[in-house]
Design a protein around this ligand. Structure first.
Ligand SMILES: Cc1ncc(C[n+]2csc(CCOP(=O)(O)OP(=O)(O)O)c2C)c(N)n1
Length: 126
């Protein structure tokens, strides 16, 4: 989208599970090499929660429910996702408190306006 509309500001909102699902290194590398700065906001609940929902929906009486074991859902041990931007000289920030959110968005948007992709890792309470 940014290639098609280079003059428009572009923002991408996604979950931590979605961020990890994609080829992050290649995508960030392409953003830098093609000069397509975007604002990336990760809503981080430290979970791939839809996997659990699908188990509950499709197999309500299944083994996972019976034993309260939902493989692949817990992403607690993930590395700090915003730091994937560091090797690409991108703006990287983590938000852990609501009061930090607006200043962090302003700083990230300013970085994008100056041609640098920004990754905001917004840690949610769940
Ligand atoms: C375009 C596309 N790619 C991949 C998927 C597969 N997929 C389903 S849910 C999901 C990630 C879910 O984790 P997260 O984004 O953290 O959201 P949560 O379930 O925790 O709310 C992915 C990658 C998809 N549905 N659509």
């Amino acid at each position: 989208m940014k290639l098609a509309a280079p003059d428009k500001p572009m923002a991408l909102f996604l979950g931590d599970g979605t961020f990890l699902y994609n080829p992050v290194v290649q995508a960030l590398s392409a953003a830098r090499d093609n000069n397509t700065p975007v604002l990336i906001v990760i809503f981080n609940n430290r979970k791939y929660l839809s996997m659990k929902f699908n188990h509950l929906r499709a197999y309500p009486d299944g083994v996972a429910v019976k034993h309260d074991m939902f493989h692949g859902v817990n992403l607690d041990t993930q590395p700090p996702l915003h730091r994937f931007g560091e090797p690409f000289d991108m703006h990287c920030a983590e938000v852990t408190k609501p009061s930090e959110l607006i200043p962090a968005i302003r700083a990230a948007a300013a970085s994008v306006a100056n041609g640098k992709t920004a990754i905001l890792n917004v840690m949610l309470t769940t």
